[in-house]
Write a protein that binds this ligand. Sequence first.
Ligand SMILES: Cc1cc2nc3c(=O)[nH]c(=O)nc-3n(C[C@H](O)[C@H](O)[C@H](O)COP(=O)(O)O)c2cc1C
Length: 288
Amino acid sequence: MHFKESIIKTIEKRKSIRTYEDTPITKEDLDKINEYMSIEDNLIGPLGKKIKFHLIKVSKNVSEKGIKVGTYGFIKNPKAYIVGIVENKNEALIEFGYVFEKLILFLTELNIGTCWLGGTFTRNSFEKEINLSTGEIIPCITPIGYMTEKNRFFDKTIRRIVKADNKKPWDELFYYSSFEKKLKKGEGDKFDTPIEMVRLGPSASNKQPWRIVLSDKKDVCHFYLEQTPNYSGNKMGFNIQSIDIGIALCHFELSCNALKLKGNWRIKNPKIKLPNENTKYIMSWESK
Ligand SMILES: Cc1cc2nc3c(=O)[nH]c(=O)nc-3n(C[C@H](O)[C@H](O)[C@H](O)COP(=O)(O)O)c2cc1C
């Protein structure tokens, strides 16, 4: 395992960073990132699909190959981008969320700032930089660079626009036994912390589409996606909210590992009555 600090502390510390320091990323840190991205285990999630990563160094938004790559002004002073590539299938996108978020947490531990970008970047120029195979897409990228204390005003403005600090409370996200009974903080028993770590996750436009139903015996957590109706983020040719679910699975599993709560992912629909037509079952974590 690559995580040295407690993963729970890292999840609590992570937030989207959009303005970076002038200091370039040190060779030591670049080596650590390249090593992480070369390990097979770090490229695969619970569904067994493989994700590819590419690191593109930039100077004034121009890559080493001379291609102009940009982010419509949302990102200031990035030192490089990490680009993720995957097949355009729903399952693969869930996997993408899991694997890319694990990388983001690894970077957070190195004190490197990141920001998931799915909409606000010039996808074409990144596609030019990388040779995609048929059926592959770049769902998201992240700029990287050291976090800066300066220029927080710009970051704060964007955070206010996307209501980034507005994380939904437990009673809007988590349930016990059925969708009729809300789960309160402190009632999740051993899963209290892993569930809270799901709540703190990043999501596209901060929509937080994850829902969890804790089983009667409190030994299984069923994960659901409540798709946001008419959300523009889902109209870019792939379902961006599948990625959000992958992020939730990642936070949950890594927190269970840290707490030594043994378990497995399993796709076994408990056929719980759904609250609306936008909600669909994804998978369950079963205690061992
Ligand atoms: C799949 C995905 C796509 C995102 N796309 C963008 C984007 O295009 N532009 C942007 O500024 N932020 C983007 N974000 C960042 C979210 O706005 C951010 O995670 C959310 O507001 C919560 O804030 P936090 O990450 O600081 O907790 C994206 C996040 C995710 C998970």
